[in-house]
Design a protein. Structure first.
Lengths: 348, 72
């Protein structure tokens, strides 16, 4: 476990952008019958999600979110000194999407830009990186962009991924603010790297014609080697055991009182799994909002998307955020949301 | 074992308790699917405080095989 305490940085606002196009799991041909679809929805909690159009990228969602956020906060673009983009669906393999967005958003060339290719845990990691750039007051303002368009990475014939994942892109503003505090617990376990993987297209297994061939697995799910593969049972077993353990260690390390946490935002993986985690760490239903029924699993964007669904009720609250998944990786954060927080859910 | 079968029938919807025996090949049940597998992992965690992996489930054939993992 990696505990970190970052002082004098606050989150000033979040704009979460989702595509307009709604995909309903009940209407997918993927399920053999209505009963199978209903069982899937009742266990995962995911009834529908949003998908981008073929020419829309994660960066486009993040761009719209960032423009809206900068406007609503009345920020001067010249003041943004660091931009980090967390995504596994970049515009190009090379170069980093964050640098392309620096120019597109009209940010200064002095702005530090780089990508972080994490998934489900990535939001908290992005916050940990930017907050450490800002904590000494050398840099005053930073922008975190997170999101994925996994509808493009999953096979339409794979029940273990396609109905779960949705698309979203979010922008989060962080700034130097004396007295604010961000507490982290960051955790990695590479022994589970193959539990969620796109096997081909990197340099371990370079892209070949064979990478594109869709093959059926033992469960009857069909996918190619450039599609996301997920071993749902392994991920589930990791989620219900390691996530509660790391939250408990975090709470003990920083001597937190869970009853004083207004909201805990979990990565929106699967309702059944999330509810088990919630009960294990002793949180009430009221403390744990969900957005997966409407937006599914949007990878690194699930935490900010869920926050965005709360509107103004997030103001003046103590919050916990917890992302977990691909890696395997866990990121946990505790911070305070202030009165002037900007919180917007945007359809693009 | 009977207690284990009582627990197992609870994660199912359409199967009668009387249809389950230690020899039942659980993956041949009509309603067995990846969602049922998740509920089985949850049952091991909650009732037996045991971590069962996807591979354990893959290798097990009968309910007795599962019971043996739970009783280890």
């Amino acid at each position: 476990m990696g505990f970190l305490k970052v002082n004098n940085v606050k989150i000033s606002g979040i704009v979460s952008a989702v595509p307009e196009n709604i995909v309903k799991n009940r209407e997918l041909d993927l399920f053999a019958n209505e009963q199978e679809a209903e069982k899937f929805i009742s266990v995962t909690g995911i009834a529908e999600k949003r998908h981008v159009s073929p020419d829309q990228c994660t960066s486009d969602l993040c761009y719209s979110a960032a423009e809206e956020l900068i406007t609503k906060l009345n920020w001067n673009k010249e003041d943004i000194e660091v931009l980090v983009m967390v995504t596994q669906t970049p515009d190009y393999v090379v170069p980093n999407t964050s640098i392309i967005l620096q120019d597109r958003l009209g940010l200064p060339k002095s702005c530090v830009c780089f990508d972080v290719p994490l998934g489900c845990s990535g939001y908290v990691y992005g916050l940990s990186i930017i907050s450490q750039f800002l904590q000494n007051g050398g840099f005053k303002k930073g922008l975190l962009l997170v999101g994925d368009t996994l509808s493009k990475q999953c096979s339409t014939l794979d029940k273990s991924t396609y109905p779960l994942f949705g698309d979203a892109g979010c922008a989060t503003a962080l700034e130097y603010h004396e007295g604010s505090e961000m507490l982290y617990n960051l955790w990695s376990d590479g022994s589970g790297y193959s539990s969620i993987i796109v096997p081909d297209g990197g340099y371990r297994n370079p892209l070949t014609e064979k990478s594109l061939v869709r093959e059926a697995d033992a469960e009857g799910n069909t996918r190619s080697k450039i599609n996301t593969y997920m071993n749902g049972t392994e991920v589930f077993s990791f989620g219900i055991s390691e996530v509660p353990k790391e939250i408990k260690k975090f709470v003990a390390h920083f001597d937190l009182d869970m009853s004083k946490i207004d909201f805990t935002f979990f990565h929106q993986a699967n309702k059944f799994m999330n509810e088990m985690i919630r009960k294990k760490v002793g949180l009430t239903k009221e403390q744990v909002p969900y957005s997966l029924d409407r937006f599914g699993n949007t990878s690194s964007a699930t935490v900010p998307v869920t926050i965005a669904t709360l509107g103004d009720s997030i103001k003046n609250t103590e919050v916990l955020m917890c992302g977990f998944g691909v890696g395997l990786s866990i990121g946990i954060l505790k911070t305070t949301i202030e009165e002037d927080f900007v919180n917007i859910l945007l359809e693009v | 074992m009977e207690d284990f079968l009582d627990g197992f029938v609870e994660i199912l919807e359409d199967t009668e308790r009387s249809a389950l025996t230690p020899e039942t090949a659980f993956k041949d049940l009509d309603e067995w699917d990846s969602m049922t597998a998740l509920m089985l992992i949850a049952m091991f965690d909650e009732k037996y405080d045991k971590k069962i992996t996807g591979n354990d489930i893959k290798q097990a054939n009968t309910l007795n095989d599962l019971f043996e993992i739970a009783s280890k």
